[in-house]
Write a protein that binds this ligand. Sequence first.
Ligand code: ZN
Length: 358
Amino acid sequence: MMTSAGKLDRDRQVARRRIDGTILDALRNLPTADVALALGIKVRGNKAMCFNGHDRQSPSFTIGKNKISWKCYGCGEYGDSIALVEKILGFDFKAACDWLCDRYGIGTPYARGKSRRVSAQKPPPIHSSASDTNSGTLGDPEIYSWLVSRCGPVTDPRGLAYLKSHGIPQSIAAAFGVVELRNTTRAYASLKSNWGADRIKKCGLSSNGRSLLWRGYCLIFPFKTDSQVTYLQIRCLEGNMKFVGPIGIEKPIYNSERLNKMPRNQPLHICEGIPDTLVLEGRGLAAIGILGANSFRREWVDVLIPFDLVGVPDGDDGGKRFRQCLTKEFHARSKSIRFVVLPDGEDACDVVSKVNDA
Ligand SMILES: [Zn+2]
């Protein structure tokens, strides 16, 4: 990154010259916390776990006091909202500006001639209407199901190594429909020819209408409801992105179908994330996954109250927040919840994979 920094700066300068100054100012003044959230970064206060994946315990990614910049105290990267989009989505400067303009309803940055109106700095509602099944918070089951059905079971050594290191038996991965995707360029081309670039963008799998959100080999963990795929969690095993989900789509409960299959008052484990859920299910324990404390939704309390709840937070700061969140939500409804206490810095996967190694 350092070797090409000079060239990158020059490219950015050239690109900047072609962008309307007013619009560029508007983009630079976008609240970085908003932009980070739109990119799937979970910001709490002014902190987040760094997108480079080096944070294990405490967050290093920090939003500046001026609210329109960021810096990571772990890896030293820094910049404005535009730079953040470049980093996370792997875009060049121009594409990052386009993405922000699109999302925040700001005039086209590259149009020439008459001055363009810079509209509100607040993002427009991403979801036109909740009842529209092809857009909005509900995602696009048709497209997600289609994509997953065209990916194969995990056979690549990278995918198998991931499953093994997380203590997830291959049989469980197969039973939960975990698949691998080897070629994101081909996948995008095939999605586009079947569904059109617009719809792929709407369902949150692409932000630029030219490629998928992520690149390289990945595992896909489908979230299913009535045998339809309602959400996807992508685990990238190449490049510096780790987890990717459809942009702008609410994260549902992982393995929510479990709830329909079990009697009331039975122990139900609420895991922090998908791998833990699969590990416990692999051990014959009923488990669902919540993708972090920030994605817990209050309406889930009603769905979960009938069961004997056991929280399984990771042994880290995120885990502490997860535990606090669950405790608060359930105690507010006079419902008790127990917790499995994991050693510091470990999750259920770590514990189980050690047991397997022993
Ligand atoms: Zn960092």
